[in-house]
Write a protein that binds this ligand. Structure first.
Ligand SMILES: Cc1cc2nc3c(=O)[nH]c(=O)nc-3n(C[C@H](O)[C@H](O)[C@H](O)COP(=O)(O)OP(=O)(O)OC[C@H]3O[C@@H](n4cnc5c(N)ncnc54)[C@H](O)[C@@H]3O)c2cc1C
Length: 380
């Protein structure tokens, strides 16, 4: 067993840290306030290889391991979780899904520009009446011979307006229930595809969340991912890896808030000494550091299992559940340590607290992670 990171992993982590400080920190408060998508910053992240980190270089990716991805996600999320969710969706869901289950033609056409960050993608599973219960898909993809006729609405889609490529989950054979579902690659601009208004959110406000409407959209048969009926399995497999990305996002949000709280506690004085010298504050910091370190180990363990081609369903769910709940607790404490200053925007921690909340909701709520974990530990 070796807990050391490789030189390459350290280099990636440091590059992500430097990028976040130089490019994401300026303007992060304003982007949050105005709900402004970090378009320029995302373009630069693409140029640096952060949007196709694990993709084989022959398909335009950086060819890195999942541990490096976790390290970079933590650093980006410390500063701007709205940018890191774009990174997570593009890497873990869209690129990974296409690389592992797409045809060579699909990889040439879609994966290469996505992995290079020339375009970004979206993953479209949730619907107005199908969130946690993703099997009850109402969007239909009717087989018309050469193409599927796509009809329905998707909700809460990250990168909803800024994406060029959408992986859309839809029901083809309702009588087969989840075994009748397909995953289709839909291009922006296909006739009948309309992007709905932007959601006005509590957190990750710089990210771009929209509903999508499909009315008689003709999707070529060649745009189906995998065999007929593979769509639900595709979604579940993809989300299992996505959880490692969101767990790392939660980890980064928490460690960003912790670093700010630690610094502030050494500067702010009350009753004649730095607040860090009051045991109540020092113990809060000790708890935060401990929880963050535990979450980091869970994230890296899940990433390592993925890199070793082991089953990471359980470790990914554990990492996401723990890191998300931890991020919520740690960011609340970071606001508390800042006192009144924590409640205003300039000090960043209130944003991190708002951003933390989503990690308990998307890519499987905390309750759903408990279902995944309990099923896994109870199976014979
Ligand atoms: C900002 C944002 C971005 C998102 N991005 C995307 C995206 O890019 N693509 C996408 O497809 N989706 C996306 N989502 C959707 C997200 O994944 C869903 O909101 C989430 O899965 C929960 O579904 P729901 O909102 O329908 O809640 P519901 O499923 O209705 O759940 C409501 C509550 O009931 C609980 N619950 C449900 N079932 C059970 C059960 N069996 N046992 C115990 N408790 C249960 C839930 O945990 C939750 O607390 C996004 C959501 C948001 C808010």
């Amino acid at each position: 067993m070796d807990f050391n990171l490789s030189e390459e992993q350290i280099m990636i982590r440091d590059a992500a840290r430097d990028f976040a400080q130089a490019e994401l920190l300026p303007g992060v408060i304003e982007r949050d306030e105005k709900q402004q998508f970090p378009a320029e910053q995302i373009k630069k992240m693409g140029e640096l290889g952060f949007l196709g980190m694990m993709v084989d270089p022959k398909y335009g990716g950086s060819g890195l391991d999942t541990v490096s991805y976790v390290l970079a996600m933590e650093e980006i999320s410390k500063i701007d979780a709205s940018a890191s969710v774009v990174m997570s969706v593009n890497n873990s869901l869209v690129c990974w899904g296409l690389e592992h289950y797409g045809t060579e033609e699909q990889k040439q056409k879609y994966l290469i520009p996505l992995a290079k960050g020339e375009i970004i993608g979206a993953f479209c599973l949730s619907e107005p009446e199908a969130g946690s219960d993703a099997t009850s898909q109402k969007t239909t993809a009717i087989d018309k011979g050469d193409y599927y006729l796509l009809n329905g609405t998707k909700n809460w889609i990250t990168n909803g307006n800024n994406a060029s490529i959408y992986l859309v989950i839809a029901q083809t054979h309702p009588e087969k229930m989840h075994k009748g579902i397909n995953a289709l690659i839909v291009e922006k601009g296909m006739e009948g595809f309309v992007v709905g208004p932007k959601e006005n959110k509590l957190g990750i406000r710089g990210s771009d969340t929209h509903s999508l409407m499909f009315t008689d959209v003709k999707v070529p048969k060649g745009n189906r991912i995998g065999d007929d009926g593979f769509g639900f399995k595709f979604a579940m497999k993809t989300l299992a890896g996505g959880r490692i990305g969101i767990a790392s996002q939660a980890l980064g949000i928490a460690s960003g808030a912790y670093e700010l709280a630690l610094k502030y506690s050494k500067e702010r004085k009350a009753f004649g000494k730095e607040i860090s010298k009051h045991q109540a504050i020092a113990f809060k910091l000790a708890d935060m550091a401990l929880q963050i370190e535990a979450a980091r180990h869970l994230c890296i363990k899940a990433a390592w299992e993925k890199d070793q081609k082991l089953n990471y369903d359980l470790s990914g769910a554990m990492a996401k559940l723990y890191a998300a709940d931890m991020a919520m607790q740690v960011t609340i404490e970071a606001v508390q340590i800042h006192g009144g200053y924590g409640f205003v925007k300039e000090y960043h921690v209130e944003r991190l607290m708002r951003d933390a909340k989503i990690t308990q909701i998307y890519e499987g709520t905390s309750e759903i992670q408990k279902i995944v974990i309990s099923r896994s530990i109870l199976q014979d």
